[in-house]
Write a protein that binds this ligand. Structure first.
Ligand code: ZN
Length: 178
């Protein structure tokens, strides 16, 4: 199962987007279906542009257009807290577009190579998601150690189990894993 395949929708409802934005320091009051569509379009475009960058391919023009449009249309401002942290202030609490502009600008700086790290593709053949490798050696293989990394290890473990001793337990485990 791929986290990024079209078949799996990770932000199925406006509320899920609201929750996700809050976790990322971009709290909004609400989200309309149209704003959710825009968020999905931005996510797909970032995915396409990051993948192209990871494999050193030309950037897809349509993806660049969507990312730029989202970046330009937002009115989020970086503000400094008394504790010295950076926060994002949106023009209004219902302005999902402002939150998306922060995400678009963030993606631009990563794709443009301004950040310390390297864009790579997940080694899981069923995932192949683009991720930003900030490890010291730049040798991270999976987009997420807890999902793809683990799945890969389990798959190898189960394959070995089957080779060594085919058991009902092994088959049941496979069912649980998939
Ligand atoms: Zn992955």
């Amino acid at each position: 199962m791929s986290d990024h395949s079209a078949a799996v929708e990770r932000i199925p409802t406006p509320q899920r987007l609201v929750d996700w934005l809050a976790v990322n320091g971009l709290a909004v009051d609400s989200c309309t279906p149209a704003q959710l569509d825009l968020a999905r379009e931005l996510r797909e475009s970032i995915h396409a542009a990051a993948t192209a960058t990871a494999i050193q391919d030309a950037l897809p023009a349509s993806a660049v257009q969507v990312i730029n449009k989202c970046s330009i249309e937002g009115r989020a401002a970086a503000v400094l807290t008394p504790e010295g942290d950076r926060r994002w202030r949106l023009s209004s609490a219902s302005c999902v577009e402002d939150a998306l502009s922060v995400i678009a600008a963030d993606a631009i700086s990563i794709i443009a190579g301004e950040r310390d790290g390297k864009l790579a593709l997940c080694a899981s053949p069923t995932c192949r998601a683009a991720f930003f490798d900030t490890s010291q050696s730049r040798t991270r293989k999976w987009c997420d150690m807890n999902t793809c990394g683990n799945r890969q290890k389990k798959a190898r473990f189960n394959a070995n189990q089957r080779k060594n001793a085919s058991s009902a337990f092994g088959s049941a485990q496979d069912l649980v894993d998939t």
